[in-house]
Structure formats: C-alpha cells, structure tokens
Write a protein that binds this ligand. Structure first.
Ligand SMILES: Nc1ncnc2c1ncn2[C@@H]1O[C@H](COP(=O)(O)OP(=O)(O)OP(=O)(O)O)[C@@H](O)[C@H]1O
Length: 236
C-alpha cells in the first residue's frame, strides 16, 4: 500500500512550545487509521500539521507524493484531504444547503465526485433539513453536515477530529455506519475518537500518541480488548 500521507520525523507546536517531536506516521491509500491517546498528547496538533494549519519546524510532510511541509492549507486540501474539524465549524447563519454548496469542489479529482443527492442518501436527516439554518441543527446533525461538506470537496482522505464527541449513542452509531460505508468505497480515513470498538470498524489500525510521539501502533481491536495495553496508553 503506498502512503497517501507520510509524516516523517516532524516537530511542530505553537510559538516556542513544541507539541509534537520526531513524529512519524503514514496513512495508506484507502486505509483507515485511528489516532488515539490521552487528552493533550498532540492528536489535534498532528492533524493540524498534516493539513498545513500548524507548521512543521523539522521533518517532512508528504501528501499524495508531494512535499507539502511548507504548503498552504488550501493547496493541501486540493490534493484530496478533507477535514471534519473539532467543533464542526458549521456556518450558523447559512442553511444546510448553503453550508454544503458554499465550499463544494472536487479537489481529489474523483472519477465520481460527490453531489448533494449522494450526501443526503448517506445522511437522510440532512435531506429533510436542507432549508434549516445551521444554528438550528442538533450536534449529530451538525456533525453529519460537517462530514457531508468535507465529502463535497472530493477527498481521497477524510480526517475527523473527535468524530462522535458529545453525541448520543444512537447518533454516534449513525456516524460510524456512514464512516464504515465510506471506507468500503475506498476512502482513506484518519480519525480521532475514544470509542475503540466503534473505531475498529472504521480504522483497523491505531496509532497511539503520547507526549507528541508515536508510542504504539497496532490493531485497534487489540488496543480495545487488552486491558493492560489500554491502561498503559489510554487509562486516566
Ligand atoms: N493554540 C495553542 N497554543 C498553545 N498551545 C496549544 C495550542 N493548542 C494546543 N496546545 C497545547 O498542545 C498540547 C497538545 O494539544 P492537542 O490539542 O494537540 O492534543 P490532543 O491530543 O488533541 O488533546 P485533546 O484530546 O484534549 O484534544 C496541549 O498541551 C495543549 O495545551
């Protein structure tokens, strides 16, 4: 499997604070990878560095075979990386439909780009709420909208920071089912979340980040099912 994302020995942080240090990871074409670790260990910073929202001060970031270490975020997005950010960042004053159309493109140059009908098939609730304002949506609907918006950019890799944070169990399951469907269609997924069993269905390989470094990588299910491993890397 060739790497769609290749992070090689990267340092990055905020101002003089180095948050990730000598971090290396890969996400293959079509692969599902879970990024896990305790709070504040550097998961969001890792994602921000891949997307060019945080600058690597050392090492190299490659996306789709290109060196993007110093590339602007919009250039990286155009290589086919779609972000579903923490907090969702829905435009509150726009309708669902406007939210979806405001940013639509086909950056990943997919043979069959996503359209409005496709995303409403994936999330029928969005289809029912096309004329509602973003501010009127529930948390789960906002997350569906954020995923749909990212899909309309035609990504080859979907990156989700806190995929199901704060959502009711039934809504979480809808999100996981949709993500499993996306994987089955060949989309690569890099996902941060804490529900390991659900994650395993979308992201069979897990990468544990500890103090800005990769502390462990292996099967997500192994991490979920082995109490010692779980306590070592994720226990509080
Ligand atoms: N904008 C910022 N400026 C300065 N420090 C920051 C900033 N954002 C995050 N940090 C610090 O960087 C460290 C790693 O944060 P990061 O958000 O990457 O961790 P995380 O693993 O995603 O954690 P969480 O699960 O809590 O979101 C933390 O110590 C945090 O306080």
């Amino acid at each position: 499997m060739s790497a769609f994302v290749d992070v090689d020995a990267v340092d990055a942080g905020y101002g003089r604070t180095r948050v990730i240090e000598g971090l290396s990871l890969q996400v293959g074409e079509g692969e599902g990878v879970a990024l896990v670790g305790r709070n504040g260990m550097g998961k969001t910073t890792t994602i921000r560095t891949i997307l060019g929202l945080c600058r690597a001060t050392r090492g190299t970031v490659r996306v789709a075979g290109r060196d993007v270490t110093r590339a602007a975020p919009h250039r990286i997005a155009r290589l086919g990386v779609g972000l579903v950010p923490e907090g969702r960042r829905i435009f509150a004053e726009l309708t669902v439909r406007e939210n979806l159309l405001a940013t639509a493109a086909n950056y990943g140059v997919l043979a069959h780009p996503w359209n409005l009908a496709d995303v409403t098939t994936l999330f029928p609730r969005l289809g029912d709420r096309m004329r509602q304002l973003g501010s009127r949506l529930s948390g789960g609907e906002q997350q569906m909208l954020a995923i749909a918006r990212a899909l309309l950019l035609g990504p080859r890799l979907l990156v989700l920071d806190e995929a199901t944070e704060g959502l009711a169990p039934v809504v979480r399951e809808e999100i996981w089912a949709a993500l499993r469907g996306l994987r089955a269609r060949g989309l690569a997924v890099l996902v941060v979340d804490k529900y390991l069993h659900a994650l395993a269905g979308v992201a069979p390989r897990a990468i544990v980040i500890e103090k800005g470094r990769v502390a462990w990588t292996g099967a997500t299910l192994a991490l979920a099912d082995d109490p010692a491993l779980h306590d070592r890397y994720l226990g509080v």
